[in-house]
Design a protein around this ligand. Sequence first.
Ligand SMILES: NC(=O)c1ccc[n+]([C@@H]2O[C@H](COP(=O)([O-])OP(=O)(O)OC[C@H]3O[C@@H](n4cnc5c(N)ncnc54)[C@H](OP(=O)(O)O)[C@@H]3O)[C@@H](O)[C@H]2O)c1
Length: 265
Amino acid sequence: MSAQPRYVSQLKGQKAVIIGGSSGLGFAVASALIEEGASVVISSSNQSKLDDAVKRLNDPKLQYNADPSRVSAKACNLLGEGMEESLANLFSSVGEFDHLIHTAGDPLAISPLEQASYHQILKAGEVRFFSAILAAKTAQPHLRKGGSITLTTGSISVSPRPDWAIISGFAGGLISLGRQLAYDLSKYDLRVNVVSPGGVETELWSGMPQDKRQKTFEAMSQRALTGKIAQPYEVAQTYIGLLKDTNITAQTIYTDSGALYGPRP
Ligand SMILES: NC(=O)c1ccc[n+]([C@@H]2O[C@H](COP(=O)([O-])OP(=O)(O)OC[C@H]3O[C@@H](n4cnc5c(N)ncnc54)[C@H](OP(=O)(O)O)[C@@H]3O)[C@@H](O)[C@H]2O)c1
């Protein structure tokens, strides 16, 4: 009998749910998983964005190994008190699956602390932080043994910037959350890890005026040891690695252009 692949087809036939899969990092992870032969269910709050993402993922001119039978989408709004019920409905409709990837994030609440109200602080954590806790809770009964959960934080957790205190607090919390979930969910034979990107050129920044966005990307490139702003397809490789390496759990992986140690000498 000839040797079976150990490295290239590991995710083939597996099923992943990507919360935040309609754009940016989540979309890139979905695209990478389709290349790998996995099935994906992408979720976000906006049905027309989801429809457009599904179209791109199913287009053989844009997507390697495109196969519409392995792609589906379901809307789920992570704002407000209905969040837990929406997540529970999402996972019930998916049934059993292998991997949960959480990349959902709404516009960044960057604000001088003096102007931040109690409600603004709570709202800033809903999609990025609170929904990650409830997603883990509601997904667990549907996740197959040997599966995984991957959360997303950001380099603001280790590298302060002016007016980022609120986001930074939630970003740091996500690292502890991932570690604790890895501990708690190990009894279900599940692994949990966290990805910490630095600046990545995604739709997250599209709310910024074009010239300010350009300046922000240039500043990020100058701080980077790689000398450029990251692209989503690069960072998606880290998520895929975390899914494939069945030995890694309770870790945060930094894919941040080396910005902590930049600029280049
Ligand atoms: N890009 C960067 O430079 C960078 C750096 C470090 C960390 N991060 C973090 O990485 C995560 C992903 O960022 P990204 O760059 O991929 O952002 P993105 O392109 O804006 O994607 C965010 C995703 O979250 C979804 N989302 C937003 N509000 C939602 C809601 N209320 N309910 C459900 N889904 C919602 C969006 O879809 P809908 O609009 O359709 O809901 C979209 O699919 C975020 O937490 C971000 O803070 C990003």
